[in-house]
Design a protein around this ligand. Sequence first.
Ligand SMILES: C[S@@+](CC[C@H](N)C(=O)[O-])C[C@H]1O[C@@H](n2cnc3c(N)ncnc32)[C@H](O)[C@@H]1O
Length: 241
Amino acid sequence: MHPNMEEKQHIGQLFDRIAGTYDGLNHGLSLNIDRLWRRKTVALMQPSQHVLDVAIGTADLTIEMFRRHKAEQVTGIDLSDQMMAIGQKKITNHHGSADRQKLQITNVKFVHANAQSMPFEDASFDAVTCAFGCRNFSNLDEGLREMYRVLKPGGQVTILEFSYPSNRLVRACYDIYFTRVLPLIGRIVSRDKTAYTYLNKSVKSFCWGEAFVQHLHDAGFSNEHFTPLTFGIATIYTAIK
Ligand SMILES: C[S@@+](CC[C@H](N)C(=O)[O-])C[C@H]1O[C@@H](n2cnc3c(N)ncnc32)[C@H](O)[C@@H]1O
């Protein structure tokens, strides 16, 4: 049940295929809890001038950063141009929306790049974030080492990722939802056979909690903390360079 390397190698194409339905399915299948998770993630960030949002996707985390005044400028990287195109559109449309007076999102740059070899100088960013991206890296340690490299000393990395609940009852419900309900709805709505079975496989075979913290530590980070959310279905990790 491990997502094979080939799936991860073509991860940009997988997300290109489901980009059009990604936001709707995310919010629908999680009953909007994903919005709360991103809000909580941003709440744990220090206000920063220039943030790197790794695996920015459709830019939900970035938009939340501006909403909470945690970033002046964001550079987002991703392997899926379609996901970033939707993110760009959301930001552009935002300028015409009713709350444009309250929220100015003017300073976001989208870059097609791999998290495991980033096209940035050492110590380029005041903070680094990544929501639901790390699980997809073909090599997690390479990705974390790159985050460490491009972060300024003293800067914080904030990562939101799925995890596997420890409570047996929650685990049982989670297994049914992730192996039966979610792939079925995902397949019908996104019309993609593999994307939502991949989600389940990638969560189960990924590390979480103390094990993830160890990877952060090995990448060079210190002062690592983790906060499980909603019975441990997702977890926020923070650490300092
Ligand atoms: C589940 S989406 C998360 C998007 C967004 N951060 C969010 O919170 O909705 C995962 C994203 O990671 C991107 N991704 C996966 N592996 C990547 C890598 N090695 N480098 C850059 N982006 C990657 C995918 O293309 C996809 O857009």
